[in-house]
Design a binder for this molecule. Sequence first.
Ligand SMILES: [Zn+2]
Length: 347
Amino acid sequence: MSNILIKNGKVVTLDRIFRGWLFVRGKKIVRMGAGEGPKSLKGDTIDAKGRFISPGFIDLHIHGAPEEISRRFAKSGTTSFLASIEAMELGKVKKILSGDYSRLDGAKVLGFHLEGQYINPRMSKAQDGRFARRPDIAELKRLIEISKGRVKIVAVSPEIKGALELIKTLKDKVLFSLGHTSALFEEAEIAINSGARYAGHIFNAFEPFHHRNPGPIGAILTDDRVYAEIILDLIHTHAAAFELLLKCKPLDKIILVTDNTQESKFKRKKALKSSLTMERAVAHAHVFGGLKIEDAVKLATINPARAIGIDRKKGSLKVGKDADIVIFDSKFRTKATIVEGKIVCAE
Ligand SMILES: [Zn+2]
């Protein structure tokens, strides 16, 4: 079992940032504290050189082959992610869901985000609407089974036939996400009351807000039970749209995602592609959203961890939690990434 001492950094916790150190044994954080750190701690030492020592970023929405994502995105601070599956042939979906991704070199696969199976084909936008399917309870149960319980988020457009039944029946198994939708306010509200608690890339592929018909955006922004993810690349969303989200939603219900498609083979129109990284999303939340660094970090760490129920192990720096750690500088550039106690990249 290897030990790592990370010292001389600004440790980002849920409520404050302090000068201190962390000690990692095996996969876990076993000690942490302020100041220099006890001399008695032995192991590989990483000098953070006064930079931030933060929990690793959790990206709940990113497309492409898990192997490629794992390697590439650890370099920008992502330590775990949900492999997102867009609308595609069912056979391909099953193949991805049955894969073993437990031994990847970089960021860990936490499970899957089924983004395109049960959406309104007219609102498919960057996805291929031909492969959107009627919500089917038996089919989704089977997909969950094939994945060995690793399907975590399932997008569904509340206005399509069978959507509500799907949500009601399987809401305890997966997190249902409203998205790619032209639902009326009332339809979205019923879906939320039926158990949907998440919204995929709010504002994008949503019927726009109108004061006489507030639509799905109106329903999501006015209901604190629902998490909302946002692609904060300042292309998919304007900084003011993020500001609006911050004013409407409690901070613990906002989640930064990349929806990055650079590793995806599926062809999209250029305007719909995302090349966002989690480190940039956090930087934008701080710079353009005016959030304190520890708050901007929460949107990329503890909030996504809570949304999918893994916050006892991941999402913050705490003794006993997994050693998923990113060291970034004052410009949010990743300098080192540690995934479950293993240094996967370092300057
Ligand atoms: Zn989408």
